[in-house]
Design a protein around this ligand. Sequence first.
Ligand SMILES: *[C@@H]1O[C@H](CO)[C@@H](O)[C@H](O)[C@H]1NC(C)=O
Ligand SMILES: *[C@@H]1O[C@H](CO)[C@@H](O)[C@H](O)[C@H]1NC(C)=O
Ligand SMILES: *[C@@H]1O[C@H](CO)[C@@H](O)[C@H](O)[C@H]1NC(C)=O
Ligand SMILES: *[C@@H]1O[C@H](CO)[C@@H](O)[C@H](O)[C@H]1NC(C)=O
Ligand SMILES: *[C@@H]1O[C@H](CO)[C@@H](O)[C@H](O)[C@H]1NC(C)=O
Ligand SMILES: *[C@@H]1O[C@H](CO)[C@@H](O)[C@H](O)[C@H]1NC(C)=O
Ligand SMILES: CC(=O)N[C@H]1CO[C@H](CO)[C@@H](O)[C@@H]1O
Length: 888
Amino acid sequence: MPSIRSLALLGSFGLASAASVLSPRSVDLDACPGYNAKNVKENKNGFVADLTLAGKACDVYGKDLKDLKLEVTYDSNTRIHVKITDPEGKRYEVPESVVPRPTTKATGSAKKSDIVFEYKQSPFSFSVTRRSTGEKLFDTTGNALIFESQYLRLKTNLPENPNIYGLGEHTESLRLNPTNTTRTLWSRDSYGVPQDSNLYGNHPVYYEHRDSGTHAVLMLNSNGMDIKLRNSNTTGAYSLEYNIIGGILDLYFFAGPDPIEVAKQYSEVVGLPAMMPYWGFGFHQCRYGYRDWIDVAEVIANYSMAGIPLETMWTDIDYMYERWVFTLDPERFPVDKVREIVDYLHAHDQHYIVMVDPAIAYQDYPAFNRALESDTLLKEANGTVHKGVVWPGVTAYPDWFHPNIESYWNNEFAEFFNADTGVDIDGVWIDMNEPASFCSYPCSDPEGEAIAQQMPPKRLPVRDPPRSIPGFPSTYSAKKTRSIDVVSGAANKVRARRASVEVDLISPPYSIANDAPYGLSDRTVHTDIVHYGGYIEYDTHNLYGTMMSDATYSAMSARRPGLRPLIITRSTFAGAGKKVGKWLGDNLSTWEQYRWSIPGMLGFASFYQIPMVGSDVCGFGANTTETLCARWTTLGAFNPFFRNHNGDTSISQEFYRWPMVAKAAKNAIDIRYRLLDYIYTALYKQHKTGVPLINPLFFKYPKDKNVYDIEYQFIYGDSILVSPVTAENVTTVDIYLPQGQFYEFTTGKSVKGEGKFVTLTDVDYDTIPLHIIGGSILPLRSESAMTTTELRTKPFNLIIAPDSKGYAKGSLYVDDGESLEQEKTLSVEFVYKNKKLSVKCNGGFSGVKVEKVTLLGASKKRSRDVDENGVLVVEAEKELSGEWTLDF
Ligand SMILES: *[C@@H]1O[C@H](CO)[C@@H](O)[C@H](O)[C@H]1NC(C)=O
Ligand SMILES: *[C@@H]1O[C@H](CO)[C@@H](O)[C@H](O)[C@H]1NC(C)=O
Ligand SMILES: *[C@@H]1O[C@H](CO)[C@@H](O)[C@H](O)[C@H]1NC(C)=O
Ligand SMILES: *[C@@H]1O[C@H](CO)[C@@H](O)[C@H](O)[C@H]1NC(C)=O
Ligand SMILES: *[C@@H]1O[C@H](CO)[C@@H](O)[C@H](O)[C@H]1NC(C)=O
Ligand SMILES: *[C@@H]1O[C@H](CO)[C@@H](O)[C@H](O)[C@H]1NC(C)=O
Ligand SMILES: CC(=O)N[C@H]1CO[C@H](CO)[C@@H](O)[C@@H]1O
C-alpha cells in the first residue's frame, strides 16, 4: 500500500495545535475600531464607498485589512445586494461556475424599494429597513465590523425573541433557539452525531418571520463559519453574528413580505430547482448490506408477492469489487446477473439506482488510471496525488474544478453504466461527497495505514446453493467467476500546483465549532490542497458535494440525452437543487430522529429550494422496531423523496417484514400515489416559480403566532395538513388546527379549525392524520397502482373542499413525466364558486379524463346522495380539455 501522508507537511502547526485543541481566546470584539465610510459614489441602482479602518487595528485573529470596498445594489425593489470586500477584489468569492449569480440587470432604487439600506459613516454601520413599517430588519449599529484575512465578523441586532429559521443543514428545531444557537457550516460525514453539530450540507440563508412580515438574508460565502444566535446576559439584546474564516461578505436581503414570496425571491439568486421524473415519486427500496444479486432479486420478488408497490430498487456500495467505484464484484454482482435484474425491472416498469462515491480507489485499475492520465485528481504541493481513506482503503479524490473532469466523469459513466454492456441505471445516488475520509488529521503513517488496512470491510462469503426466486430464472445461482488482479502503487505523473498564500490553511486562528476532533482537515480532504485554477480546499470545501452533483448531472444527461436525471446527493450547498435531490443522511432508527426528519425535510424543501428530499424511512443505523417502522412509513409517504434505507448491521426492514408495516405501506402508498399528480404539480410550480411544494405552517398562516414553532406538522403541497403521531407506544396526537375550515382526508368529514390544539385519538399504527385545508380542489388518480407507469393510465377524481364561503380552487399539471423539454403539456385551473365547478385546460393530451367529482361539506338537504359526512360524489365522464363547468 502506498503511504498516505507524512507528518512533514504539518510544518509548524503540528497535531498539538490542531484547531479544536486550542482553548478559546477571550477577546472583546466590540472593542475593535470598525471602519469609516468615505468617497460615497451614488449610481443608478445604489452606491459604492470606500471603507477604511477607523482606529488602531485590533488584529484579533490575524491582521485587520486597512481598506475595504462597499457596494450596495438594489437588484430589484425586493432585493438588495451588499458586498464588502478588498478594494482589489482579489479575495476568494464563491465561483460563478458553482453558484452563477443572477444575470438580470439591476432595476431597484433606494426611492422605491420595499426595503431600504441606510448607513452611518463613522464608524460604519448599516441597517436594512422595511419601508412599509419602518422596522429594522438588519442592523449592525454598535457592533464593529471586523475584516481580517482569515476572520470576518458581522453582527446584527435582532428584535426580542426573534423567529429565525434556516442556516442548515442541521437537526435542531425548525425555529432556532434565538438565545443560544451556534450553527457551524462545514461539510462533514456525520453518522450518529449530536444534535447541535455541523452536518453534510451548507445553506447560509436565514428566514426571519415577524407577524408584520418575513424577510431572508443570504450570506453567499462558502468558507467555514459559525453563525451565533444569542441574547446578551447583560442587556438582554438579541443578535445574530457571522464569524467566517475567509472569503468576503456577500449579502442578499430579500424583502418578502410573506414567507412564500421570500422563498421565491431566494430562488431568484440561487436558482430554481430541477424538475424530477414522475417515477422519482414512486417508492424506493434500498439497504447497505444486500449480500449479492440473489438478495436483490429476492427483495424485488418479495415486494411483488406482498403486493406493495416497488418503483425503484437500489444497491449501495455492495455491488462494487472491493468497494472500488466503477467496478462490479464479479462474484456477488456479476455483470450478467446485474443486467438480468435491471432487464427484469425495466420489463416491469420498475427502475434501478446505485451509489457512486467520489473517492477513487488508489489502485491500478481503469477508472483510477484514466483519472491519473486526465490529470483530474487532487494533488499535494509536490505534485503527488492527495490520498485519503474511504471504503476501498487508500483513495484519491477528483478535482471538480479541473477542465478535464467533465469528460473524465462523463466517460466513466458512459462506460460503466452503458446500456448495452454495463449497468443500465435509471438514476444515481452520490454519497461521501463532503468529501469524507475515515482518516483523522493528519492521516499520517501508521495511523492512516492501519485504517486503510481495515478497508474494505470483510464481507460474507459468496453463496452457492441455487434458490428459486419467483419471476427470476431458475438458474439464478451463485457461480464463481473470474477474479481481478490487483496491482497496487500506481505511478504519479503530475505537475505541481502550489498555493501562494501566507495564511494558516490548516489551523486558522479562529476555530469554527467543527465537530471533528482534529480541525478542518480532519476526516476529509486537507484544507491546504489546491484545486485546478488555484482554488484552495480551505475556501471551497463546502462546495465539493454540489460540484460533484453538477458533474454527475452532466454525466447522467450525456447517457440519456433529453431525460431528466434523478440524482440524490448527501452534501449540498446553496443552489444544489438546480440539479439534484437530497436525502437527510445516515440517521438512526430512533423516535427522536423520526421526529427530526420533519424539520429536516422542511428546511430543504421550503427554505433552501431542494424540494426532492426525504429521510431514510425506518432509520438507517441501529435496529428499527415494528411500530417505529410503521409510523415512519406513513410519514415517509409524505416526504417528496420516499425511500426505505437501512444500515448493513441492522435488522432487515423492508416493508413486507412485519404485517403492521406492510399494511402501513399499502395504506400510505395508496394515498401517496393517488395524490402523485398533486405533488408533481406542486414540484412543477416550484421548478417554475420557487413556491415550495411543502410548507411549514407559518408559510400558510403567517399571522397566527401559535404556529411559528410548530415543526412536527406540515403542509404537503399547499392543501394537505399532515399531523403524524410523534411518540412511541401511543395512538394519540395533539395537533394544531388554525382558524378555518378543514376536512378529514379519509372520510371527508368537515372539521372546524379554531386556532387551538385538539387531541386525535385511536390513530392506528398504519395510518397518518391528514386534513384537507378548506378552499382547495385536489386532483387525485381514481386509484393507486403497482407502478407509476400504470398509475398514469388512471382517470382523475376531483375533490372539492370549499372554504367557509363556499369557494375552492386548485390546479393540475401533466406532462410526459420524463423529458427535459416537453412537446405537449396539460395545465388545468379548477375553480369552485356559487355551487359551480369551472375547469379551464391549457394544452392537453387525449384520453386524460375526470371520472368523478367529490364535493365535501355538502348539505344533506341538497341531495339524498350526500352521506353523513357531507360528501357528495358525482359521476362525471369528462375529458380534461377545453373549458367546461359542472353545477352542484
Ligand atoms: C509529497 O508530499 C506528500 C504530502 O506532504 C508526502 O506525503 C509525499 O511523501 C511527498 N512526495 C514526494 C515525492 O516528495
Ligand atoms: C448553550 O448551548 C450549549 C451547546 O448546546 C450548551 O452547552 C450550553 O450549556 C448552553 N448555554 C446556555 C446558557 O443555555
Ligand atoms: C454573561 O456570559 C458570559 C459568557 O458566557 C459570562 O462570562 C458572564 O459571567 C455572564 N455574566 C452574567 C452577568 O451572567
Ligand atoms: C423473501 O421471502 C422469502 C419467503 O418468505 C424469504 O425466505 C426470504 O428470506 C426473503 N428474502 C428477502 C431478501 O427478503
Ligand atoms: C440489531 O439486532 C441484531 C439482531 O438481533 C443484533 O445482533 C444487533 O446487535 C442489533 N444492533 C443494535 C445496534 O442494537
Ligand atoms: C414501548 O413499548 C415497548 C414494548 O412494550 C417497550 O419496550 C418500550 O420501552 C416502550 N417505550 C416507551 C417510550 O414507553
Ligand atoms: C447525523 C445524521 O445524519 N442525522 C440525520 C438523522 O435523521 C434525521 C432525519 O431522520 C436527519 O435530519 C439527520 O440529518
